[in-house]
Design a binder for this molecule. Sequence first.
Ligand SMILES: Nc1ncnc2c1ncn2[C@@H]1O[C@H](COP(=O)(O)OP(=O)(O)OP(=O)(O)O)[C@@H](O)[C@H]1O
Length: 679
Amino acid sequence: MLDVPAVTPVIHVKDAYKFYGSVQVLGGITMSVQPGTIYGLLGPSGCGKTTLMNCIVGSNHIDSGTIQFSFSEHKDLGFMPQEISLHTYLSIKEVMIFYGYLFSMDDEKIRERAKLLSEMLDLPPLHKMVSNLSGGQQRRVSLAVALLHDPKVLILDEPTVGLDPVLSSALWDRLQEMSQAGKTIIITTHYIEEARQANMIGLMRNGRMLREDSPNALLQRYNAEYLEDVFLVLCAQDNEASKNIQQVPAINYSKSTTFESSKTISYERVKALVWKNICLAKRNFLMTLFIILLPIVLNCCVELAYGHDPVGLPIGFINKEFQDSLQRCPLTYTNNCVLANDTHWASCAFIHELREKSYEMREYADIEKAVEDYEKKRIWSIVSFASNYTESLTERVKLGTQSEGAVIEAGTVLAHISRWDHLMYTFLVRDFYMALNRTIENSLQSCSSFVSPGALRSPMQMNTPVYGGIGVELIVHFIMGFNIITILFCPMVYSCACILDEKEQGVIDRVLCCGATMRELLASHLFLQLIMLIVHCIELYIVTYSIFSNPLEGSSFFIIVMLAITALTGALAGTVLGLVTEHLMLAVNLGVSFNFIMAYTSGLFWPLQGAHPAIRDYLPYLPITGTITAARSISLKGHGLKNLEVIGGLISNVGWCLAMAVLLLITVKTWKGPWNSKK
Ligand SMILES: Nc1ncnc2c1ncn2[C@@H]1O[C@H](COP(=O)(O)OP(=O)(O)OP(=O)(O)O)[C@@H](O)[C@H]1O
């Protein structure tokens, strides 16, 4: 049972303990603040004053003990944290409006209070941005915010730090006026003497309360002229007492506070938070524009630089049939039999096909020079034709299986393809075979006087593809994968940056002290994220399908839904990242690494079937793998909800989004410490 004093205190702390790891920061603090008084909490730096204040206002939690309040509404409390804890990119006026809205004040009332406080605290012009104010001016704005809604109880953590003596004395005068008007004020300071003007002081040391009494009573009891002398005597007594303590008192691990946060979401507060987010987005215009345009830029980069066949590759060739092939070869070969023909040669037909495919054919007179250029990577391949190539080919076609080895050899094109670039090697091999096939299709099949056209055809023929077409470029296959990773990444970075920015400025805790809940704060952030993700989805859709005309065989609705859900997953993941990390640098590294891992393991760059057997079976379950497969299935094959790939992709898409939402809720529920990177 709590032994409640005769007059119900406004705030009553009993046996409060707080640990950071194994370090005890508060060691059984008991304090009572009577209504209509100024309570000065004094003590040297690091003795635990801020920790105690944060535990009282709810931005931190005691591990054991009780904190009781005579009031239960946040609007009765005004808190000025030790750090400035304001959005520095807002103007003073915007800061006032935001906190006014949080307390459901109307514009008129906010204007009135802002004017009054501006005069009382000698604030700079209200249009000035907080970031452009001096340290002292920022502290006065912070104090004005605490006083804005005219609370009954004021908790001020070191309000006089950074103030000159004149302002400091004026502030104490104001505080006295307010206490005489019935307000209760708790003020922490390590300037012990200034607390003479308080009605009651609590002297703290090493997380413990040494004495709690009025300044005059303390001065009298210790027969001292200054409070500092009283503090020194108490410290000396405390040192003696510490020597005699044999046992650490048992700690009762129960805690309770009676100043609970709201259980329902307040529309007014969410509106205030959204208003503030929009103000910040407008103020950080370049950053907002960058985030809006980033998906377009990334998509354009991919569309323009990725997945297209290489063009203009230099290929060296030696044609021993005759010199100056590039000049002497006829320009067209279609339907001209090149065998036993005085004006057409088979080598020319092959060279012609490669030129048609945009290769830059370079003729060499001798193999030595060609090899030198090949070794110096000036050409990608050397193709050579024997001096009797056409003649041998003609004979080979005529004799078929009867052909001699020498004839077969002379009638074969020899190609050396560099393997220093694996992808290029694949392109060259593909194009050389295609060039050979076309040579047969266009030139040799016309030679019916020698051979039946069908006999020359390759024993394997590629039918018309079921999906897509011959000559479709790789970009068509890749683009949706890139879009999915882009739409995961951009909202993740943006949401993470927004949350971390607030955490680093310490505003989350301040906003929570004003009665807002974490759910309201996250809802306001997600609102902006939703607008942003709608913009991102529309942009990506337009750029991909309208500007770059990629094929879309299936439902555009499903494509947009998948993009939107992926973006939401990214926004939720970014929010979690922002909440659990302390610094932007760490968050950026984690976020970028996560996206790289997703890109590498999602089948975006390489088919999943080619992955190592140890991971191959697990890759389809990763966040964007199924989504990419489904998006490709919809856009390239026209599949819909009856297709297993699409169904699997949608389940994975929605499942991961829900998983991130649950992770976010768990993070918020289980987080113990303050939402402040500087703590
Ligand atoms: N997040 C934290 N993790 C670990 N230790 C912490 C953390 N925050 C504060 N501390 C430690 O707790 C002790 C009390 O800190 P606190 O900020 O409450 O002191 P204070 O009396 O307000 O000091 P000051 O007057 O300098 O602000 C200090 O030793 C500090 O190093």
